[in-house]
Design a protein. Structure first.
Length: 163
């Protein structure tokens, strides 16, 4: 094989090396893009779950108020049937204390829902950041693959030039 043929083969090899590194870089980027899509989808799911927590807490509060009202009305009715005046004294204090406790329970439901919402939103943010980090890492890995291919091609070219 002549020197000219060897040079052409070396140049072709360098070109193939460049092409291979570009395919590798594109594969890395495509994989990271897919992982970022998954992370963003997971983030959206978590955000929806956070909104759902608040919505369901609102429903729970409405249901709790209805049940409490029925229970408190029944207690007042029982007091009236027994001849107790429910608008003054101990009977009133009992109904008032029940209302205060019910309001504390409602506030606890709201506080728990907001805490869970906050946790889910934080998880959502972390998912988005994970996706962004995957893309950042992939871009760096793709750059390194391209640089490796260029280095191999230039190394081959220098070897040909030196020979």
């Amino acid at each position: 094989m002549g020197l000219e043929t060897a040079a052409y083969l070396a140049i072709a090899g360098g070109g193939i090396s460049l092409l291979g590194s570009e395919v590798e870089a594109q594969g890395i980027t495509d994989s990271a893009r897919y992982n970022q899509l998954i992370a963003n989808r997971n983030a959206d799911v978590l955000e929806n779950r956070a909104r759902e927590k608040i919505f369901r807490a609102g429903q729970d509060i409405v249901r709790f108020r209805e049940e409490f009202r029925e229970l408190n009305d029944a207690a007042a009715q029982t007091q009236r049937k027994n001849g107790v005046v429910a608008t003054t004294g101990t009977a009133f204090d009992v109904l008032l204390e029940n209302s205060v406790e019910a309001e504390a329970d409602i506030q606890m439901i709201e506080m728990n829902a907001k805490a869970e919402e906050s946790d889910l939103k934080e998880q959502s943010i972390n998912e988005k950041l994970r996706g962004q980090l995957a893309m950042y890492d992939a871009k760096n890995a793709a750059r390194a693959a391209r640089f490796r291919g260029m280095t191999q091609a230039f190394s081959t070219g220098y070897s040909i030039y030196s020979a």
